[in-house]
Write a protein that binds this ligand. Structure first.
Ligand SMILES: NC(=O)c1ccc[n+]([C@@H]2O[C@H](COP(=O)([O-])OP(=O)(O)OC[C@H]3O[C@@H](n4cnc5c(N)ncnc54)[C@H](OP(=O)(O)O)[C@@H]3O)[C@@H](O)[C@H]2O)c1
Length: 172
């Protein structure tokens, strides 16, 4: 789901359409999406292609066939796509794939990570130019709450991030 990126993408001036389950479409519209499609629909690729020439796709799933569907949406004109997992699919010559891994801010993009988390994000959250999305659900108990958090995740959540507060009981 594009919710975590929505503020950045919209501020960059992009016109955004998304895929999600139908029950999340109003929520995504509230975050600024112009149109939403249900990825469960067997003809979702054809539906999206009717919107016109899609130039950039951010594939926030990158598994279970989503990469292949993104490639189809970008045909025949080609375009760019960002994947959040390694891409094992065949990539057509007219598609440029970028990889986006959060962990890179600790390795190859350390300066970017410092700026993003220490400067930009701190200020943007105070100014509310970035909102936290999707909503979080807190599993109680600090680090001892991890099994409960995992159980909640395993049961299935939608448009929700489950978090713990590691120092809930105080950190030493
Ligand atoms: N690159 C990185 O640094 C990084 C970091 C964390 C995770 N990941 C990867 O990112 C992916 C998503 O992780 P997440 O934690 O964001 O999961 P998540 O919060 O559980 O979000 C998944 C949501 O995406 C929607 N969805 C599922 N399958 C879809 C599909 N085929 N097409 C469109 N939407 C689909 C579902 O929305 P509905 O509820 O509306 O159906 C689901 O709730 C995973 O593959 C994970 O391994 C990458």
């Amino acid at each position: 789901m594009f919710s975590q990126l929505s503020c950045l993408i919209l501020q960059a001036g992009y016109h955004v359409i998304t895929t999600a389950s139908k029950h999340n479409h109003d929520y995504l519209t509230s975050l600024g999406a112009s149109k939403n499609f249900d990825y469960h629909d067997s003809d979702v690729v054809e539906q999206i292609k009717k919107e016109g020439k899609i130039q950039v796709i951010y594939d926030a799933i990158s598994e279970n066939g989503s990469i292949e569907k993104c490639m189809q949406v970008l045909q025949p004109h080609g375009g760019k796509m960002v994947a959040v997992l390694p891409v094992n699919a065949t990539v057509p010559d007219n598609v440029k794939v970028y990889q986006c891994f959060g962990g890179s801010v600790h390795k190859t993009s350390v300066a970017l990570g410092k700026w993003l988390f220490n400067d930009f994000l701190k200020e943007a959250l105070i100014q509310e130019t970035i909102v936290t999305a999707p909503p979080v659900k807190v599993a109680k108990g600090g680090l001892r709450g991890v099994p409960d958090a995992l159980a909640m995740q395993k049961k299935g959540v939608s448009a929700t991030k489950i978090i713990i507060h590691p120092c809930e009981d105080g950190c030493t």
